[in-house]
Design a protein around this ligand. Sequence first.
Ligand SMILES: [Zn+2]
Length: 84
Amino acid sequence: MEALDGNAIAGPLFEYFGTEMTVARGSCAHCGATAQIAELAVYLRAPGAVVRCRVCGKVVMVLVRIRNALRVDFSYFRLADTRD
Ligand SMILES: [Zn+2]
């Protein structure tokens, strides 16, 4: 399956966080690589999406929609606390 980029999940992330998240930076909890969410590898897979680190290939984020509830697991992506 071909990877999309983080812009593919801009909609659900906006819905979940209430703000534009694709430009947010964070680091992979597996290898420490930093990236903007827009740069991550996204695999859309019903009923959600799996997001992988481009450096180590491991899963950093999972989005799942169950009925109408959106669940976002950010366990392995540490959002950097940077605001402009
Ligand atoms: Zn990584």
